[in-house]
Design a protein. Structure first.
Length: 846
């Protein structure tokens, strides 16, 4: 496999003016006929006519009607071409039924579907498969299937064939085709200029009843993008298709989004509140790509965060507007710290805009997506809401129809706001999470508080030197009585060390630093538990209020892990005050009660120079959970009763918050009552959130008895619910049992190696069960390696992504390091290992 470098970018020598494709569908022998009108690209100097193509059987090729015999390689073909414009035509044969990699054209449960991002189109036909080559596509699909879909608007259709035309030039990665026995639930949307758009969600017969929420989320997204970004939809139809076998969440193909069924299908009986929230966010994300990704795409894959960071930022804004903004922010930061900080701290660390890659599929990472979104949040904070809107308007006006770069993106901010962004650009080019150390100096005579800030970023692979970055640090000051004396102010840090003073203060205030998590940094600040408890009680910034509680809990857990120190009464009291404060949003209370995860604790210990012992962290977490459960039992009983939501299930933020707090109370209660309340909730559950909450509590407290079987009997016909059943058993298994439970589940008749959701439900859960995965026996590592080796033969993309289970090996003791790297070496040494997994394991190994 070859390394590709950003610095080597050159434009393609030809421009495809028009692309016509004809598909004659057959499970094992689909014929793809292409006719492409090319002209020389005046911007390019290289006139070599190379078309990508992989795994294709070339039947015939011609130029201007005359047959040609191109030079074929494993990666494509080369051909002599005329100097002026010419028409390329080719016929190839492919085998969708044998495509288990789920890239290109493949079959899932009897239906045909495609996944072309990033480089899947080359598995469909010969083409310059790169995002800066854009063209207008017309697609004819033929086959004995009731539904035949492609991008754009329908031109004509009759039994057995259909023609689609997409008037918007697009790169090949946005191409899509779907065919099969599908049914649609439909709605419509009238755009701000009065055009009517037909909206369809296509599903397998039987799933029609699970489409309404997706349609509503789509309508809300379309409206929001008009209101907030002035972006109108641009085709007559917007189709969404649910497929069972899919490597990621969903794909934004122009006018024909393809979704993992788990990211679109919802019903109260089968989906949890978290599922609903995820579906709403993914529908919005893919819809928002229509402008940020499709109308303006990326020049090359190094610019991936241009579309992904911005679209994640937009979907996070949308969720904040649709639900609770503070709760959404806290959830996003938990996810960022859990995935992106972990990535940035290990061997896979890379800049949001990498300089090189071997397999681009390995760069669909938390750094590109979530850190990419954080960077845009910082930009918005620095230029203000108006500056941001002006810059975005300019971006859409200037770059509509372009394949753009990060430089283009930053330039619109510079031009629209007059701000110089050369230093800010380091956020895109430099890897690693900055540490921000904050110390305080109080001058009582002058009434002045000075904050001394110092930033350092540890070296990351290939980047030793880390010059200082621009860091927006939001700060507010509170009086000792809890009143805010200085409202949120953004301090712009640009130097390695910098001090900022606040004058005119009557008494020493309490500083609330990095409000709203204004920058993706690790804050290092000495503060005592009294100050944290004060901020937990009084901070006007909801994020920092939650953060204060989180830091308190982390310190308590560290005390337990390191010194076997019992939690202080103050901590329990502070927690009880928040949990019992009926003036606070129940969703916020549920979040405040969630203890830091075991992986977060391992990282915290490692940051403090202590080798983490996952078993000890698990024991401490159990011990603390038991203490909290016992000491606050009356509160759990009250909350479990009071937070019950009666009446029909509505998947809104309010109901979800109440159910989340109720399930939190139930989890604690189950530690006191032997599972009695959970068993009752399981029996009476009127929706999946209640049923799964009860099952989790029973599994966590080892009292699930018959409920696991009852759940299976009730839901064995439903794939998405079965994924929960598989996952929960592994997630909640005790450390010494986790690998055994996972292994037993791989022998279950419903375990299916070809279905990424099912594989992730078992092995994603195993990786997430920290003490189980890192059990000193090494069984977790061994089992994971065995199954990644098997999966790689079928689905390299999912295998490579899941190798990140091993990314933290450097944190651990010598035995675990040895076992983890042995597992990686074993995978890496497999004959015929895919380039995807070869690259990942090589990057992970020393
Ligand atoms: N842009 C899409 C990315 C994606 C993808 C990438 C590689 C392989 C399979 C994939 N499926 C979807 C999805 C998104 O970010 O919205
Ligand atoms: Zn995306």
């Amino acid at each position: 496999p070859q390394t590709v470098y950003l610095a080597d970018y050159t434009p393609f020598g030809f421009i495809p003016e028009k692309v016509e494709l004809r598909f004659i569908l057959d499970p094992h022998a689909t014929r793809v006929l292409s006719r492409i009108e090319f002209r020389p690209n005046p911007q390019a100097s290289d006139r070599r006519f190379f078309l990508h193509g992989e795994g294709l059987k070339l039947i015939a090729a011609s130029i201007d009607g005359a047959p040609v015999t191109p030079e074929l390689t494993d990666h494509g073909l080369c051909c002599e071409v005329p100097e002026g414009p010419f028409v390329w035509a080719a016929e190839v044969e492919i085998d969708p039924a044998a495509n288990t990699a789920l890239e290109g054209l493949y079959m899932s449960n009897g239906m045909y579907c495609t996944q072309c991002e990033a480089e899947g189109f080359r598995k469909i036909t010969y083409y310059p498969d790169r995002p800066d080559v854009m063209s207008v596509f017309t697609v004819h699909v033929e086959g004995p299937y009731p539904v035949l879909l492609s991008n754009g608007n329908p031109v004509d259709s009759a039994e057995g064939h259909a023609t689609w035309h997409d008037p918007w030039p697009k790169p090949s990665y946005l191409f899509a085709l779907v065919a099969g026995d599908l049914v649609a639930r439909s709605a419509s949307f009238t755009t701000m200029s009065g055009r009517h758009v037909a909206l369809n969600v296509w599903v397998r017969p039987g799933d029609e009843g699970k489409c309404d929420f997706a349609l509503e989320a789509l309508q809300a997204s379309m409206k929001w993008d008009e209101e907030v970004y002035g972006r109108e939809y641009d085709l007559e139809v917007f189709n969404i298709v649910a497929v069972d076998d899919f490597n990621m969440g969903a794909m934004e193909n122009k006018g024909l989004n393809i979704f993992n069924a788990s990211a679109v299908l919802a019903s109260p009986e089968t989906s949890t509140d978290a599922n609903y929230e995820r579906i709403e966010a993914i529908i919005a994300h893919e819809y928002f790509h229509n402008w940020t990704g499709n109308r303006i795409t990326c020049r090359d894959w190094f610019q991936l965060c241009l579309k992904e960071g911005l679209t994640v930022f937009r979907d996070q804004q949308f969720t904040g507007d649709m639900r609770s903004a503070p709760v959404a922010r806290i959830e996003n930061v938990i996810a960022l710290r859990g995935r992106q900080f972990r990535e940035d701290n290990g061997p896979l660390a890379h800049p949001p805009r990498p300089e090189s890659f071997v397999e681009i599929n390995n760069f669909y990472t938390a750094t590109v997506y979530e850190k990419g979104a954080e960077i845009i949040g910082m930009l918005r904070r620095l230029v203000g809401e108006n500056g941001y809107r002006k810059a975005l308007d300019l971006y859409f006006a200037r770059h509509d129809g372009d394949a753009a770069t990060i430089e283009d993106w930053l330039k619109v901010f510079e031009d629209a706001t007059g701000r110089e962004l050369a230093q800010f650009k380091r956020w895109y080019t430099d890897a690693g999470t900055p540490r921000l150390k904050v110390t305080e100096e109080w001058d009582g005579d002058a009434g002045r508080l000075t904050l001394h800030l110092e930033q350092t970023t540890p070296p990351t692979p290939g980047q030793d030197q880390k010059p200082p970055r621009v860091i927006p640090v939001d700060v507010g000051l509170l009086n000792p009585n809890g009143d805010e004396v200085v409202p949120t102010t953004t301090l712009e840090m640009t130097e390695a060390r910098q001090s900022f003073s606040f004058d005119g203060l009557a008494s020493r205030p309490v500083a609330s630093v990095l409000r709203d998590f204004s920058a993706p940094v690790i804050l290092e600040r000495q503060s005592d538990s009294a100050e944290r408890a004060f901020l937990l009680a009084h901070d006007t910034d909801p994020f920092n209020r939650w953060e204060a509680g989180r830091t308190l809990a982390r310190d308590v857990l560290l005390g337990l892990v390191l010194r076997d120190e019992a939690p202080s009464g103050d901590f329990i009291d502070a927690l009880a005050r928040v949990a019992g404060d009926d003036g606070l949003d129940p969703a916020f209370r549920a979040l405040a009660l969630r203890l830091p995860g075991q992986d977060e604790m391992a990282q915290a210990l490692s940051d403090a120079g202590v080798t983490p012992d996952p078993t000890r962290i698990w024991e401490a977490t159990e011990q603390l959970s038991d203490t909290i459960a016992q000491r606050m039992r009356p509160l759990w009983e009250r909350l479990h009763t009071e937070m019950e939501v009666t009446g029909p299930y509505v998947p809104d933020a309010e109901g979800a918050g109440r159910r989340a707090l109720r399930n939190t109370a139930l989890m604690a209660l189950s530690r006191c009552d032997g599972g009695a309340a959970a068993r009752a909730q399981f029996a009476a559950a009127g929706n999946m959130t209640e049923q799964l909450g009860a099952l989790s509590s029973l599994l966590a407290t080892q009292t699930a008895k018959g409920e696991v079987d009852a759940f299976f009997e009730q839901w064995k016909h439903d794939r998405l619910v079965m994924d929960k059943w598989f996952g929960l058993q592994v997630m909640q298994a005790r450390p010494e049992k986790a690998a055994e439970v996972a292994e037993a589940l791989t022998a279950h008749p419903l375990f299916d190696l070809r279905n990424p959701n099912r594989f992730r439900s078992v092995f994603g859960a195993l990786a997430g069960n920290a003490a189980g995965f890192h059990h000193p026996s090494g069984k977790g590592y061994g089992l994971m390696a065995d199954w990644l080796i098997r999966l790689d033969k079928l689905n390299p993309q999912t295998t490579a992504r899941m190798c990140s289970a091993f990314e933290t090996w450097r944190r651990y003791d010598a035995d675990r390091q040895q076992m983890m790297t042995d597992a990686l070496r074993r995978i890496n040494a497999q004959p015929g290992l895919s380039p995807d997994t070869t690259e990942m394991t090589a990057r992970l190994l020393p």
